[in-house]
Design a protein around this ligand. Structure first.
Ligand SMILES: *[C@@H]1O[C@H](CO)[C@@H](O)[C@H](O)[C@H]1NC(C)=O
Ligand SMILES: *[C@@H]1O[C@H](CO)[C@@H](O)[C@H](O)[C@H]1NC(C)=O
Length: 152
């Protein structure tokens, strides 16, 4: 019985891992905003100009923090990890990432948070294309599968 269960769980985890990497956006969505399907559908289409449900900020902070792109303690951008992840998916320009991060922080001041950084990297022409491309691949479970856009 235990063997059978173990095999079953192994088979599930293998098939999941073959499909997509762990999606921090997906995991964070189930933690904070699971029922906000329309909001999540729009975000998965990179449409960030939507009304925000309660816990939206917690959700975006969770995405940035669990990806190791933003410090949990002071909301600093963790440029090394973000540059490494974007390079893996074809965008090799650390200095562009650093500059967009600095401008973003300057613009938002003490209000800087996960959502702020995401908006900056998605809209700034220096990073927009590379950032979207990275999310579609690295976070395929959320940004490519777009399961929140399908009726459940
Ligand atoms: C965001 O949405 C508001 C209201 O729906 C609209 O007036 C505004 O033009 C939109 N902004 C962008 C950048 O799309
Ligand atoms: C990196 O990005 C900056 C800012 O957009 C740009 O000026 C520079 O030419 C880019 N470097 C490379 C190697 O693409």
């Amino acid at each position: 019985m235990n063997h059978l269960l173990g095999f079953f769980l192994l088979a599930i985890s293998v098939s999941l891992s073959l499909a997509y990497d762990v999606s921090h956006f997906y995991v964070c969505s189930t933690d904070y905003v699971k029922k906000e399907r329309n909001f999540l559908c729009q975000v998965s289409k990179f449409n960030m100009n939507v009304s925000l449900p309660p816990k939206a900020d917690e959700f975006f902070n969770c995405c940035m923090e669990t990806s190791d792109w933003m410090s949990r303690s002071n909301k600093a951008l963790l440029v090394d990890q973000l540059a490494k992840d974007m390079k893996k998916y074809g965008f090799d320009n650390r200095s562009a990432i650093e500059k967009v991060g600095i401008d973003c922080r300057r613009e938002m001041g003490s209000k800087i948070n996960g959502r702020g950084y995401l908006l900056c990297f998605l809209t700034d022409r220096r990073t927009s294309k590379g950032f979207k491309n990275m999310l579609k691949k690295k976070e395929g479970e959320f940004f490519t599968k777009q399961s929140y856009c399908k009726s459940s």
